[in-house]
Design a protein around this ligand. Sequence first.
Ligand code: TMP
Ligand code: MG
Length: 208
Amino acid sequence: MVARRGKLIVFEGCDRSGKSTQCAKLTDRLRKEGHKAELLKFPDRTTSIGLIINNYLANKEDQSDEVIHLLFSANRWECMQKMTNLLLGGNNLVIDRYAYSGIAYSAAKGMDLNWCRQPDVGLIKPDKVIYMTLSENKASERADFGEERYEKKEFQAKVEKIFEQLHDPSYWQVVNGDGSIDEVHQDIFSAVSEVLSADCGPLQKLWT
Ligand code: TMP
Ligand code: MG
């Protein structure tokens, strides 16, 4: 019998919304409950493309808006074979940011949303997107806010507007990140438990 494929769970949201903390907590919990689970994050700053992205975010290097957009997308494409293998091997994947961040941050600069979507068409489609919201003041109060290129209140408000445009209720779940770490985790865990027990069929391609 062929093993059941793993599920692709993507976390999205503005900077400092608590995604990384919750991704780690979810991955731990899934493992404790006997599921195979791996945690990945985009941008993956460890590859040669990721290094250029890291320098751009740290304001050490400039790139045109188009070039950096395509590099963020390429950084996902270079991981597709590994993700496919893990999922088909029965591993659940928890991913900190994906194509929706790619579109939201670029379109928030004024770039055309449809143009921004194109390079990511055909990536593996998530089974669930956990979209974390946070009140504006809470985000800017969190540690290290403001260190990287996009961490400015006005810009984050624009990013949030685009995320709202991308929101697809057929597979997105909005989670309010204002509560305590444990409260937020509980909300996320119940949403994810439903997906894990569902039969989601074969892997699908995003926006095709
Ligand atoms: P991080 O804070 O999750 O490491 O992400 C780094 C920054 O890069 C964050 O401000 C969001 C932004 N970003 C994009 O602009 N495009 C993308 O495709 C991704 C994945 C992140
Ligand atoms: Mg960040």
